[in-house]
Design a protein around this ligand. Sequence first.
Ligand code: 1HE
Length: 280
Amino acid sequence: MSTTPLLHIEQRDEIVLLRLDRPDKRNSINNQLIAELGDFFAAPPEGMRVVVLHAAGEHFCAGLDLIEMLSQPKRNAIEGQRRSRAWHRVFDLMQFGEVPIVSVLKGAVVGGGLEMASATHVRVAEPSTFFQLPEGQRGIFVGGGGSVRIPRIIGPGRVVEMMLTGRRYDARQGLDLGLVHYLAEEGQGLAQALELARQIASNAPTSNYAVINGIARVAEMGYAEGLMAESFIAAATGADAAKRITGFFDARRQARGDGPAEPATDAAPDAAAAGPATGP
Ligand code: 1HE
């Protein structure tokens, strides 16, 4: 294992920029890189509210490090599963972690690169971006959650077809399919992602937490279970809602030239401590 980090970490106030820093190998994911990602997301730095995941060089990520894979032949099924399960743990920590992740896509977003991107919450792509799942052509299968996350975004039929034919989708097609949320100008992906990250960081942290941990899970539940789970999540959020809601109406009154609203502390002490009931 190299001692040079493959993940560059830079904290700018509430936003942490994580850069995949292996451009000479097209940011392909080896054991070291996945371990560094896992270490970061298992113990995120204090004060972090949003992560921007971007990449050095021309390509976001060329997927699994195929050279390393060849050098580590699996001896049995459990050993064979080990790498895949390690990726699952790390990408789960990302998708169901503490803060939203905005990714900046460009060039190759292939195989494990697409698996990683699909564990991020907001995806910004530059026009050079292309998506591919070349596992079939390499004689392997997705192992980083690709058969779980990607079909939930673009549908299982498209994933089957992508994997059988090795077809590439470009950035614009990615936008139509939901792999991309924002199409940036060439070279502007990071700037756009940072702008989005600042916007997301200004939300209530508990709301962001509820969104990234709640929506995808509730969507997997049955109707009644989903509604019940939603009501619990709604009850657990809203700690600073009174302040935010009052601020919202104050700003409107000020814009109209009226006086400020009554302070939110008018609420009963218990209710103020628990936060207002959210939802209907
Ligand atoms: C790599 C890898 C890699 C590049 N593992 N070393 N992923 C793939 O099948 C994608 C394979 N890579 C490519 O198709 C191309 O490299 C790219 C389209 C991404 C970029 O092309 P290009 O012309 O800019 O770069 P290059 O000349 O092909 O590669 C530059 C170097 O990166 C070269 O190393 P060098 O030492 O010869 O300079 C390549 O060997 C190295 N490189 N991609 C290792 N993937 C948990 S399951 C997930 C399963 C998968 O991810 S399957 C998809 C694997």
